[in-house]
Ligand binder design. Structure first.
Ligand SMILES: [Zn+2]
Ligand SMILES: [Zn+2]
Length: 413
């Protein structure tokens, strides 16, 4: 079966997260979005875990469904852990997503982690030990678990981050690197950027939302063709099997908050080349620039831009439907007008947002949405967008091109 999966989310027990992020609301919104399998997030948090154990019942091998919930949304037990430690004279801050096959494995992980610090003050707990020791601890809890470096390029909290990361998976995880089979590309990078590093050829690129509120679920996701079983999903990721791991759904990376370099306070946005010309300092205030994801990729790249290695997983760039509506209507994504349109099309008629964005035929879209929005959706599918890249924590600004579409058929005749 086709499975759309979003495996990195946060519950209301994480900092700066919506109070609505409980299992029931996550399941409801996963349905609106068209996600079949969603991560619980935050299984390390004692109070949330208690809720999960009460609400979730085993559904398929290693996966769960909420009691009494309508619809077919399944859960995987997942969490994110932050390791902040000093290595070779520099502070390293690495986030990893953990996947677990059972509450027993979760209990073993939590017991082991609680020896190093508290689990109850943040859904994404922080520890002072080395990221490679985290991998060992998790694999000791169950060899079926998986550790996936989260948003692998973000400057502050990631394995390749410009401020506190490493130059390779092996440098970060040393002998435990054999257990790292995948990384999360994050919002500010997409697969073609990652293809430029031959060191990542053995790594599977996954995409998740890292949602802190229900509406952000599925803004990035993975599409599988396999059975709804924990081991099948994990094995499709581990083996980078194109028969079972069909594609990823991605942000346009320029829309991410750290695509370009820059200094937000001074509203300075720079391409990697421009940063080179300014010696890495802000041309307005002279302070340090935040070096973004594109710059880091170019630093570590072994291949030219546009290179496509063998055996890569296909992907699609999307823009959230509310942003498309806002752009077409020249208004904000948070306005009543956009909310009403979205509610009618997605929530009241029960048509999943990802269906609308990815593969619903144009004719069917017309039955659902005003013509302008249909054109917007189709243009986004064709990549007809302009983007001012994001930088230093500022999201990129997207605009859909105003010129008329040329469908492949029209060009043909
Ligand atoms: Zn994170
Ligand atoms: Zn500045």
């Amino acid at each position: 079966m086709k499975i759309v999966a979003d495996l990195h989310v946060h519950s209301k027990f994480s900092r700066a997260t919506s109070r609505d992020m409980d299992a029931g609301t996550i399941a409801l919104w996963a349905g609106h979005k068209g996600i079949d399998l969603v991560g619980t997030g935050d299984f390390t948090h004692p109070e949330y875990l208690k809720e999960l154990k009460k609400i979730l019942r085993p559904s398929a091998d290693g996966l769960f469904t909420p009691r009494g919930a309508k619809g077919g949304v399944h859960f995987m037990l997942t969490t994110e852990v932050s390791n902040i430690y000093s290595y070779k004279g520099r502070t390293r801050r690495i986030h990893n997503v953990l996947l677990a096959p059972s509450f027993e494995a979760v209990d073993r992980i939590n017991r082991a982690l609680s020896r190093f610090g508290r689990l109850d003050y943040d859904g994404r707990p922080m520890f002072g030990f080395n990221a490679k020791d985290l991998v060992k601890l998790v694999m000791d809890a169950s060899p079926l678990c998986m550790v996936i470096p989260a948003h692998a390029w973000t400057p502050w909290y990631s394995v390749f981050g410009s401020n506190s990361g490493f130059d390779s998976i092996e440098e970060c995880f040393e002998e435990q690197a054999v257990h790292i089979h995948a990384i999360e590309t994050g919002l500010s990078s997409d697969p073609p950027m990652n293809w430029r590093l031959d060191a990542l050829d053995r790594i599977t690129l996954v995409s998740n939302s890292d949602a802190h509120s229900p509406e952000k679920l599925g803004r990035e996701a993975n599409v599988f063709e396999c059975d709804m079983r924990y081991e099948d999903i994990v094995s499709a990721i581990k083996t980078k099997d194109r028969g079972r791991f069909l594609s990823t759904i991605e942000f346009f990376p320029e829309e991410g908050k750290y695509h370009f370099d820059g200094h937000r306070n001074c509203k300075v946005r720079l391409s990697p080349q421009q940063t080179g010309q300014h010696d890495g300092t802000c041309p307005v205030c002279g302070g340090p620039l935040t070096i973004g994801v594109l710059n880091r990729v170019e630093r570590l790249a072994t291949r030219r831009e546009g290179a496509v290695p063998e055996n890569v997983i296909p992907f699609k760039h999307l823009i959230p439907l509310k942003e498309i509506m806002a752009d077409v209507l020249s208004t904000g994504a948070g306005t009543v007008k956009v909310d009403r349109l979205y509610t009618e099309a997605v929530i009241e008629r029960g048509v999943p947002e990802l269906d609308i964005l990815v593969d619903m035929p144009e004719k069917e879209l017309r039955r659902l949405l005003p013509e302008g929005i249909v054109q917007g959706v189709m243009k986004v599918r064709d990549g007809m967008v302009d983007i001012e890249p994001g930088y230093d924590g500022e999201y990129g600004r997207i605009s859909i091109r105003r010129d008329a579409r040329q469908s492949p058929q029209q060009t043909l005749f």
